[in-house]
Design a protein around this ligand. Structure first.
Ligand code: ADP
Ligand code: MG
Length: 339
């Protein structure tokens, strides 16, 4: 008699949650990315107690069809890809179909959604992965997603949470970067009724940067734009007068996805040569656009890390972006490198 058996969905989701839902900021990230993928033009995020009490994301996107609501909480259930081939042509932020079941496994979820403008929708309540109710409700078009008492049923994970301030810091850091990645979306972020960020959604990246870093700092930015065969780079980099104590001011966005990549950050730093004071780092917000088939985002569940083909070409394009930017403010004389 064999002793191996396939785990039931409930346990499988709790295991997956360990990977996908590390802390409040991971929940915020997954929910807000779904809102972006749903074509929203406004996304309002409210959190309480660093997100451990409440995370609420309200969007005006497509909404979820009534027949899809429960299905959306199944593992590997997604509307974003159909075939293995599409895995190499990802144009959405999500595609793994893991977030909702993982979040629902470790919290109390209330999701109200509507695909129409007739004021009617449905509310689905799931606690610890078990559906409690699914009823008609008044709703605007879009999705209103509430996650309460994160990790209430996984005490070991709850114990591992840091202070409210640290958790809030992680959440706001992520929202700031996503807002910079999507200047055409109006974002708000509130914590315990304090408004921490508000962007207009008018497509002006500089205004979003000013909302994040303050308008005085934003005046120290140089607009940049560069194109190579396969890549375009566009955004803002700081004059060497405005530096920071660490690399956190570098935001690289590829096809609308904020990503962390050591080689990209290192290249940006090197491109500044000796213009930066020692141990000081620039601010750079760069949108990189490329054919999605050159990009592998299926590296890690969080999709913060990616791999690209033709990396040398991209790095060279980045160097040129920064150098041309510095030339504009006459730090590098036209036609040559200053040493
Ligand atoms: P993925 O984003 O990888 O597809 P998720 O578990 O995050 O997987 O979401 C499952 C599905 O639920 C999505 O594919 C989408 O169809 C739907 N969905 C989730 N959030 C929203 C939202 N805010 N608006 C519209 N549809 C949503
Ligand atoms: Mg998703």
């Amino acid at each position: 008699m064999g002793i191996i058996h396939v785990l039931d969905d409930h346990i499988a989701n709790q295991i997956a949650a360990g990977e996908v839902v590390e802390r409040p900021s991971s929940v915020v990230k997954e929910l807000v990315e779904n809102s972006v993928d749903a074509g929203s033009t406004t996304i309002d995020v409210t959190i309480e107690e660093g997100g451990l009490q409440l995370i609420r994301v309200v969007d005006n996107g497509s909404g979820i069809e009534q027949d899809d609501c429960e299905l959306a909480f199944f593992r590997h259930a997604t509307s974003k890809i159909n075939s293995g081939k599409e895995l190499f042509q990802i144009r959405t932020l999500g595609f793994r179909g893991e977030a909702l079941p993982s979040i629902a496994a470790v919290s109390k979820v209330e999701c109200t959604t509507s695909t129409t403008k007739n004021g009617l929708g449905r509310t689905l309540i799931i606690e610890g992965g078990t559906v409690r109710s699914f009823v008609e409700a008044a709703a605007r078009q879009g999705t209103d997603f509430k996650v309460r008492e994160l990790f209430y049923n996984t005490p070991a994970r709850l114990k591992y949470m840091k202070t409210i301030q640290t958790e809030l810091g992680n959440v706001s850091d992520y929202i700031y970067r996503l807002a910079m990645a999507h200047p055409q979306i109006a974002f708000t972020l509130r914590h315990n009724d304090n408004l921490l960020l508000q962007t207009l959604g008018n497509g002006d990246l500089l205004q979003v940067i000013a909302a994040v870093y303050g308008s005085t700092s934003a005046k120290q930015l140089i607009p940049v734009q560069e194109e190579s065969l396969d890549y375009t780079v566009q955004g803002y980099v700081s004059k060497p007068e405005w530096t920071r104590a660490n690399r956190s001011g570098i935001t690289t966005i590829i096809n609308g996805r904020y990503i962390r990549n050591f080689a990209l950050a290192q290249t940006i730093l090197h491109a500044y040569h000796t213009y930066l004071p020692i141990n000081r780092y620039p601010v750079a917000v760069l949108h990189i656009t490329m054919d999605p088939s050159l990009l592998d985002v299926n590296v890690h569940p969080s999709k913060l890390e990616v791999r690209f083909s033709k990396e040398p070409e991209l790095l060279a394009c980045l160097v040129k972006t920064i150098e041309d930017g510095l030339k504009k403010v006459n730090l590098i004389p036209q036609g040559g490198q200053q040493r």
